[in-house]
Design a binder for this molecule. Structure first.
Ligand code: NAD
Length: 354
């Protein structure tokens, strides 16, 4: 058996998630880490030392020019996406893996995907919670037909929109076999979190109509339902599906506490353990990057085209809260970026109340 070729990997943004990615890549024999970039020299030096890599840079564009890696990974905060996608495409990367949310506006997402599609560059987004055993158990139950005909999928999180909403949409869409989202109605409240580094309304909800008639129900932020079974605040997330004969859902959980899955089917009530675990989830996430690079038919389950559709649903919810009424997909560009328009709409609402 051939071992297959080795793919070179350069990583930019060596904070929490960049380090998780570098750890998973370093453990996979099909990858070779070749360089790191961060605007913080201390983080570059620490990564070089931890992973035994010679190359480090404060400038990702320079790093890409110097190394021309097969795979470019970047894990910067949401404000930095399009320039790094452009640099990755121009350097000839075969695949770019980066963090959710994919962009900060539809205009940005449209341009990023125009560049990647034109150059034939694959993309993979870190919606890696799906690798949790509880997440896949729920998928297995739904796919087996045990809950009957699925009519509703849902996901909610206390964490705010730009952190959590595309995670919720992604896994619920998976539970709905990635049927096309057709339209969205959204409502939002509160402007405090627009000043966060994941700028968001304090609360947002979205109702989604999928092409197979299934309804999606999403809520994120302050006022979303609590998940009292889970103690870790960020992991108070519930994602699942209801059908004609029962339901199955996952509670994200973490640190071994309170997560897991549960289902009610005509065979009775069942449940099992599980909790979100970066180390567990990142291994298969990077392995499926290798698989897709080896074979075009093995499309990564966290591929960028799927993430783009989930992001579109989130942006449609923002537009709906501004314009009122239903917003039909796909979305074109907008004159005012969604977050700015939504902040303006919610701010003027507060003025009217005062
Ligand atoms: N998938 C998940 O489960 C998950 C979990 C947490 C965070 N995230 C996402 O990961 C992303 C990063 O979050 P984090 O918690 O790792 O942030 P972080 O602040 O820990 O790391 C970001 C790093 O990027 C660096 N950086 C900033 N500008 C740069 C530039 N121009 N070039 C190179 N590096 C630059 C910063 O110095 C910092 O080290 C966010 O989009 C966040 O939403 C995903």
């Amino acid at each position: 058996m051939s071992m297959g070729q080795t793919y070179t990997v350069a990583v930019a943004g060596m904070g929490k998630r960049g380090t998780h990615h570098a750890e998973a890549v370093s453990k996979n024999p099909r990858f070779k880490l070749v360089g790191f970039c961060d605007i913080d020299q201390g983080r570059v030096d620490a990564a070089k030392k931890q992973f035994g890599v010679d190359y480090g840079s404060l400038d990702s564009i320079q790093m890409l020019k110097d190394l021309k890696p097969d795979v470019f990974i970047f894990c910067t905060l949401p404000d930095l996406r399009l320039p790094l996608i452009r640099a990755g495409v121009e350097s000839g990367a075969k695949l770019i893996a980066y963090e959710k949310p994919i962009a900060t506006s539809m205009n940005e997402a449209i341009e990023m995907y125009r560049l990647m599609r034109a150059a034939g560059v694959k993309s993979v987004i870190s919606h890696q919670h799906r690798y949790g055993e509880h997440y896949s158990k729920v998928k297995e139950i739904i796919a087996s037909g045990a809950i009957g005909r699925v009519h509703t999928v849902y996901g909610h999180a206390l964490g705010w929109m730009m952190h959590m909403m595309t995670h919720m949409i992604e896994y619920a869409s998976w539970y709905n076999d990635y049927a096309e989202p057709e339209w969205v109605i959204g409502q939002a409240d509160g402007i405090e979190k627009f000043s966060d580094n994941h700028p968001s309304p304090d609360y947002i909800s979205a109702l989604v109509q999928y092409s197979n008639g299934v309804r999606g129900v999403f809520e994120t932020g302050a006022g979303a339902p609590d998940v009292p079974e889970v103690s870790s605040w960020w992991r108070k997330c519930r994602v699942g599906a209801q059908g004609s004969e029962g339901f199955a859902e996952v509670l994200t959980g973490g640190g071994g506490e309170g997560g897991g899955w549960r289902a009610v089917t005509k065979d009775g009530v069942t449940s099992g353990p599980g909790s979100m675990d970066y180390e567990h989830d990142m291994g298969p996430y990077v392995q499926e990057i290798v698989d897709w690079l080896d074979d075009d038919r093995k499309i990564h389950p966290c591929n960028g085209e799927t993430a783009y559709k989930g992001f579109e649903v989130m942006m449609a919810a923002c537009r709906s809260a501004v314009q009122r009424g239903r917003v039909t997909l796909p979305l074109g560009p907008s004159q005012t970026p969604e977050l700015e328009a939504l902040k303006n709409a919610l701010s003027s609402k507060n003025l009217i109340q005062a």
